[in-house]
Design a protein around this ligand. Structure first.
Ligand SMILES: [Zn+2]
Length: 71
């Protein structure tokens, strides 16, 4: 899926944040992210770094596994 937030410059991949036990959808260009329960649209994106910090981790500490673009 093409990312709406950065006007199609990025593509959204599915990722598992292993140390949090959650699945996210992340833009490979602008780091917008959506959690599993969100509709992936412009009004609902969260900044990945901010999201991770709210969950008690950080971008550097998060154990993110890239599950690819086919989801
Ligand atoms: Zn984007």
């Amino acid at each position: 899926m093409i990312c709406q937030r950065c006007n199609g410059q990025g593509e959204i991949y599915k990722a598992k944040v292993k140390n949090l036990g959650i699945t996210l959808y992340i833009c490979d260009e602008c780091e917008a992210c959506w959690d599993e329960d969100s509709n992936i649209e412009l009004s609902t994106f969260q900044d990945l770094s901010t999201f991770l910090e709210q969950k008690g981790t950080s971008y550097n500490d998060a154990d993110i596994e890239d599950l690819g673009y086919n989801w």
